[in-house]
Unconditional design. Structure first.
Length: 209
């Protein structure tokens, strides 16, 4: 079985913490993954992809008659909340069901699958049924009317989200976790019993006096 010492010392402490605090690690991962992917969305035109502004897109849904700044701010709040909630759902419900072992590569594969699932939901439902109608547009079936570049961009965006989530929510395999518990309670007790006086030894010492 792998031991903590066989794992990169630079990441071992975090992976052990993430293993023991799954929801907390998912919350941290959700914030980071959502932010990184959101920034990527604004940078995509630099590599020939479509600019994705999910903050404003959500603003059109929640506050359609607000100013552009209000749309961006309110929509951004809901967008980040969605990313965090999906991260917890991933950690608690989907991650344990996926077949790969919890190695670094296995966890990245799970994140990539999760990102792919979210991308499919986005192009198949959210864009044509929610975001498009909010702006009085019809993206068509599977968002095909927006073109292949938009669809590819949505997948790349969600892959970035899933991979960064998996980099942060990166628990250890179950067998490794068992071997990396802090100093075993039994070992601590045994060590302590060697130094603490027993009732018999105290009685013998008193008699000797």
């Amino acid at each position: 079985m792998p031991h903590l010492s066989s794992i990169n010392d630079e990441t071992a402490w975090w992976r052990l913490w993430a293993t023991r605090h799954r929801v907390a690690a998912a919350l941290v991962g959700g914030v980071i993954a959502t932010h990184v992917a959101t920034i990527f969305g604004y940078w995509f035109p630099g590599v020939g992809l479509t600019r994705l502004d999910w903050n404003t897109a959500n603003g059109w849904v929640y506050v359609p008659f607000a100013s552009p700044l209000e749309k961006f701010t309110v929509g951004g709040a809901f967008h980040y909340l969605d990313g965090i909630v999906f991260a917890v759902v991933f950690a608690c419900a989907l991650h344990p069901l996926l077949p790969w072992r919890n190695t670094v590569v296995g966890n990245l594969a799970k994140g990539l699958v999760f990102g792919t699932l979210l991308a499919i939901i986005s192009v198949a439902f959210m864009t044509p049924r929610i975001y498009g109608p909010a702006r009085d547009t019809d993206p068509g079936f599977l968002s095909l009317d927006l073109g292949w570049n938009y669809i590819l961009t949505v997948f790349v965006w969600h892959w970035a989200y899933g991979l960064h989530l998996a980099l942060i929510y990166n628990p250890l395999p179950a067998d490794t976790e068992e071997e990396t518990l802090p100093a075993d309670v039994g070992e601590i007790s045994a060590a302590g019993s060697e130094t603490l006086p027993t009732a018999d030894s105290m009685s013998a010492a008193a008699t000797a006096k």
